[in-house]
Design a protein around this ligand. Sequence first.
Ligand code: AKG
Ligand code: FE2
Length: 250
Amino acid sequence: MTHISTSPVSSALDVLGTRSQDDIDIDLSVFATEESSQAAERFDDCGYIPLPGLLTPAGLDQLRSEVKALTPLTQRRDFVMECMGGTPRNMTTLGGELITEQAPGISNLYQSAQLMDALGVLLQKQIVVADDPVERHVLNILHKAGDTHGYHIDDYPIAVVMFIESPTCPEGCGRLEFCPAAVGESDSPVDHPPFTRSHHAGDAYVLRSDRLNHRVQPIHDGCLRTVLNFAYGFDGEQIERTPSASILYS
Ligand SMILES: O=C(O)CCC(=O)C(=O)O
Ligand SMILES: [Fe+2]
């Protein structure tokens, strides 16, 4: 069984006393639950770890304010992504460069030692920031009936997706779907039915996003789904770049 030390998480918790006003409040204890002692193994197997309640109510409010201020800079996208099997993109987005310029809380959180150390302990790997300033942290807003972020893989291996808003309609919509890793076989959703996961505002999840084909189900009329996606690499590992991020976020 993989042993996971919680000491970097505790030391990350210790430095919370030195927070500045741009620091977003997160609950690092979600990384140190009983279940997380086997997280690295489970992540290798299934590529998904939920982090329910990563954002505290105060942190969620802080992120909502920054996202609101960013909204005038966002761009509507309605097209199919040819390099990802012609899957639909019907969404409003903002790429990393403007987020770095305009949203200090988000960019500080992205590169904070607290978050990155906790993630490294969880996955038992050294995590590094993404070198692409566009892809490192992006904002995705689904707000019109039928809006969807169609099936794709990401360039970077680790996606930490944080929910600023999530649909609450009784029928359910806007859920994450990801296809189980196919070992030496077809990764068609027909052969491997996708897993579906729902999340609330304030929740987050970690996904092995360069390996698992994933999408967001279309949302219903009147629903809103707003996420920040933080992309990270593994120290010393190269990534295979596709044009998809620059098409969606530049
Ligand atoms: O919105 C989500 O849950 C997934 C986001 C995503 O796949 C991406 O930004 O690449
Ligand atoms: Fe993705």
